[in-house]
Write a protein that binds this ligand. Structure first.
Ligand SMILES: *Cc1c(COP(=O)(O)O)cnc(C)c1O
Length: 401
């Protein structure tokens, strides 16, 4: 038998070092719990960055996946399959958008939305060819492809990887005036996260998203919301944009669209955007495969039928109010919407990582984001006794010197 230390050694020796994981080697997961090779149990408070809203190895999604895997896994989009049209219809009925374009990873779906926005800029808004500009927010996170890191403002994500894709302008997040000032006759779209998860669970001022929606409409600019992390129930609404009752022109989904089984992403929108693409202009071998579509269909049903959206709101509000009772000197601010919660520590606390290491020893897996923030984002199926257990652990660990 080989143990955690051996696995870690193998990984460090043979794998690229583009992550700095906590040293826990997981072998099995069930619901909100994961188990390491030594049999220790941990509460997963990261949920694979919100890909596991439905919990680990959800039995219904597992069954849908196995059934489809026995039938037909991949056709390519050169042929049609029976699952994809049903996913389209169910996504439309759930979200109110007319159409969808399926991809695999989140970053690919972001790229797809950007391509559609550029196409719209030339075909509809009549912006002179190749002059289209897309406005993004400072401290954004939209994935890791060359074009996507081209408009990152994080040195670590981009500095060694130029030359960059032109056509993007970053403005301050949460500041509608800055956004409006950056709009020119060549602006095609604004791409925004309703809450910036990777930046440290940054929640914009109330009314910001509604203001962005209004500014975009008035200036004839598309609003694109990246809901890859915030969508599908995570914040206590189907979409985080629902908190301000707005509908962006396009919404980007990923992560929990597959309940963590398989990479599935999509861009959803109406005929006037998604409908612009012609055969051959975009595609993906695996995007929209019958296996992916079957998994996504069941993943969406689980979110709705198990009331995960409501549970995220109830449990999230409760966690934030309980954590706010902390007397720890380390804590600067606790913020959250639904089950996307950030505990920001003061700079003197010497980083969130050491708290995550101790939480791990206590049986709770969370990951620091941006030095000083502990992100707490368990699967949305979490129940009240487990929440109470987690709160106790977190409050204890925050008391350490
Ligand atoms: C995770 C994430 C992405 C990228 O998704 P991948 O599947 O890792 O490519 C993009 N945007 C946001 C907001 C994310 O959280």
């Amino acid at each position: 038998m080989i143990n955690s230390i051996d696995y870690i050694e193998l990984e460090e020796k043979y794998g690229a070092h583009n992550y700095h994981p906590l040293d826990v080697v997981l072998e099995r997961g069930e619901g909100v719990w994961v188990y390491d090779v030594e049999g220790n149990r941990y509460l997963d408070c990261l949920s694979a960055y919100s890909a596991l809203n439905q919990g680990h190895v959800h039995p219904r999604i597992l069954e849908a996946m196995m059934n489809q895997a026995r039938q037909l896994t991949l056709t390519s989009r050169a042929f049609r399959n029976v699952q994809l049209p049903q996913l389209y219809k169910e996504l439309s009925e759930l979200t109110g958008y007319e159409m969808a374009l399926p991809m695999n990873s989140g970053a690919e779906a972001v790229e797809t939305a950007l391509k559609i926005a550029r196409k719209w800029a030339y075909a509809v808004k009549q912006i002179p060819k190749y002059q289209a500009e897309i406005i993004v927010a400072g401290n954004n996170f939209h994935g890791r492809t060359i074009s996507v890191i081209s408009f990152s403002t994080e040195e670590l994500y981009k500095s060694d990887f130029g030359p960059f894709t032109p056509g993007f302008i970053a403005v301050e997040y949460g500041n509608p005036e800055a956004l409006e000032q950056a709009i020119t006759p060549h602006t095609a779209a604004v791409l925004i996260e309703p809450i910036q998860g990777e930046a440290g669970v940054i929640i914009p001022p109330a009314g910001y998203l509604a203001k962005v929606r209004e500014i975009c409409k008035r200036n004839r600019v598309l609003m694109i919301a990246d809901e890859i992390q915030t969508g599908l129930g995570r914040t206590g609404r189907l979409f985080a944009c629902d908190h301000e009752s707005i509908c962006p022109d396009m919404v980007i989904l990923g992560k929990a669209l597959s309940g963590g089984f398989y990479p599935v992403s999509a861009v959803i929108g109406d005929q006037d955007t998604i409908g612009l693409l012609r055969p051959g202009e975009h595609g993906s071998t695996f995007g929209g495969s019958p296996l992916a579509a079957a998994i996504a269909r069941e993943s969406l049903k689980v979110i709705v039928e198990e009331n995960l959206i409501q549970n995220a709101e109830t449990m999230g509000n409760y966690i934030v109010s309980e954590l706010n009772k902390t007397t720890s000197d380390h804590v600067k601010e606790i913020r959250g919407k639904g089950l996307l919660i950030g505990i920001e520590l003061k700079p003197e606390a010497r980083g969130a990582r050491r708290f995550c290491e101790v939480l791990k020893q206590e049986g709770l897996l969370a990951k620091e984001t941006h030095e000083n923030v502990i992100r707490i984002a368990p699967p949305l199926i979490i129940d009240r006794p487990t929440v109470d257990w987690a709160i106790g652990k977190i409050l204890d660990v925050l008391q350490m010197p």
